[in-house]
Design a binder for this molecule. Structure first.
Ligand SMILES: Cc1cc2nc3c(=O)[nH]c(=O)nc-3n(C[C@H](O)[C@H](O)[C@H](O)COP(=O)(O)OP(=O)(O)OC[C@H]3O[C@@H](n4cnc5c(N)ncnc54)[C@H](O)[C@@H]3O)c2cc1C
Length: 445
């Protein structure tokens, strides 16, 4: 993937001025697809992630949580994940505002390798009588006639330049959150925007899960009587389950902030360093071994909102196969700042209410400076799902608006990012799409 990063952007959508957003620096491009690099951390969307949040300008998903969740057991099996039997529960001091949530790790033990889909399922694909697998083939364009709202297949090329057409009854693009948009933008350039770009949304609404550390926490003596409840014993030993908290629906609706989770991580039994104490006199007075026993980092991931100006676009430079290279202009909405501040305050309150510990916020947070967010390598929203063609790219069946037999799979179809890692969720939606394609094929037969 050829990448160009750009710092400025036009903050307008259809003439409406919007509040200023901030650029997010993205990780360098990775070879052979993100699935070869993923960390295996997994959790499903929350039920309320699918509902409208008018106060944040967010419409409901065109499908309900249950439409999606029906595919979670099979998605979990493919991602080699145990179930989430109790996936949310009260946490001491959470006061109905924060709850403990469960993350799972693909492939087994926490430090083990996550599922490598290519290796795991290669032999099943090779031996399948219904799948023909073409490796090292690059889809370059759609094949379609201007007078028909169907596609006939894709034009493709091998790396040595050999060109060929792959034809079929339907085309599903599953190239990742950046490449799905790049390919559609490229195809639309020669087709008067007829592939899902009636509202101009192809590549727009580009999201990630902005994340950063926001402070330290100290665990006090009283915690010892609560170890089994709080799970810190296992956290300390770097085993699962770890302690992750997330807000209740009521809490974020009241506060008008987006979803998030806070991870208590890298817990160590040691005294604070001078640098950590910094200019905080109250912290200086705390005695290691008496007032506190463990120190760890507080890490927050927030739900990014979809912005028109946050986008995957094309630049004029052409790659060796003749496709325009990609422009990534990721913008973080101002709400992310409010969300991480809310997360920090609630987490600190939780520690105080329960008497379990204390939080010390990082200097940027105390000084009211912007959060030092970085990318989580999750590429979301660039072919967003919407009921109306003017509001998105694909419909509730992941079908590209305006084209009968063109579909998208992957986190590019999420209209909202939620706060959880995307892979389990995109696998569930891909399975749903597969069921849909089966049903269409049956009807046609
Ligand atoms: C460092 C890192 C850590 C991550 N950790 C996690 C995690 O812990 N949990 C989690 O849920 N997610 C994680 N992710 C995100 C996760 O990797 C992605 O959500 C997931 O891999 C997306 O799967 P995909 O099949 O949609 O896309 P990809 O895995 O990117 O696959 C797309 C495939 O399409 C191919 N392709 C692209 N363009 C073309 C074309 N024109 N023609 C033919 N083929 C093409 C690519 O080569 C690739 O093989 C992480 C990502 C990274 C980079």
């Amino acid at each position: 993937v050829g990448v160009q990063r750009r710092k400025s952007g036009v903050l307008r959508r259809r003439g409406r001025r919007r509040r200023l957003s901030r650029p997010l620096r993205l990780a360098p491009a990775l070879s052979r697809g993100a699935s070869n690099h993923w960390g295996g951390r997994s959790r499903h969307f929350e039920r309320f992630d699918f509902d409208a949040r008018p106060e944040l300008g967010l419409a409901a998903w065109p499908i309900g949580y249950d439409d999606f969740a029906a595919y979670l057991p099979e998605a979990r099996r493919l991602c080699e994940l145990p179930d989430f039997a109790v996936d949310r529960e009260p946490v001491e001091g959470g006061a109905d505002r924060l709850e403990r949530i469960v993350y799972r790790h693909s492939g087994g033990p926490f430090d083990g390798p996550p599922t490598h889909f290519g290796e795991e399922y290669r032999s099943a694909l090779d031996s399948s009588e219904t799948v023909e697998l073409l490796l090292n083939a690059n889809a370059l364009d759609l094949i379609g006639r201007p007078d028909r709202d169907r596609v006939e297949g894709v034009a493709a090329a091998a790396y040595d330049g050999d060109r060929f057409d792959a034809r079929g009854d339907a085309v599903a693009l599953a190239m990742g959150g950046i490449e799905n948009a790049r390919f559609l933008l490229h195809a639309n350039a020669g087709a008067a925007d007829r592939y899902g770009n009636a509202g101009g949304w192809v590549g727009r609404g580009f999201m990630d899960h902005p994340s950063c550390d926001f402070g330290l926490y100290f665990i006090t003596r009283r915690l010892y009587s609560h170890l089994p409840d709080f799970g810190v014993q296992t956290l300390y030993r770097r085993q699962k389950p770890e302690l992750i908290v997330a807000p209740t629906e009521a809490a974020i609706r009241d506060a008008g902030v987006a979803n998030f989770h806070v991870r208590f991580q890298r817990l160590e039994s040691r005294a604070l360093t001078e640098e950590e104490i910094g200019g905080a006199p109250m912290i200086r007075d705390l005695r290691f071994g008496e007032d506190y026993f463990f120190v760890g980092d507080l890490f927050c991931t927030v739900e990014q909102l979809p912005l028109w100006e946050s986008r995957v676009g094309l630049i004029d430079e052409i790659d060796p196969l003749g496709m325009r290279r990609v422009l990534l202009d990721m913008r973080v909405d101002p709400n992310a700042e409010r969300t991480i501040r809310f997360a920090a305050e609630e987490t600190a309150r939780m520690l105080v209410r329960s008497g379990l510990g204390r939080a010390r916020f990082d200097d940027w947070l105390v000084a009211g400076e912007p959060a030092p967010f970085y990318s989580s390598n999750h590429h979301i929203g660039t072919t967003r799902m919407a009921a109306a063609a003017t509001d998105g790219v694909v419909d509730a069946d992941c079908r590209v608006h305006g084209t009968e037999n063109l579909f998208c799979a992957g986190s590019s179809v999420f209209p909202r990012a939620g706060h959880c890692n995307p892979t389990l969720n995109l696998v569930a939606l891909a399975l749903r799409l597969a069921d849909h394609l089966d049903a269409v094929a049956d009807r046609q037969a």
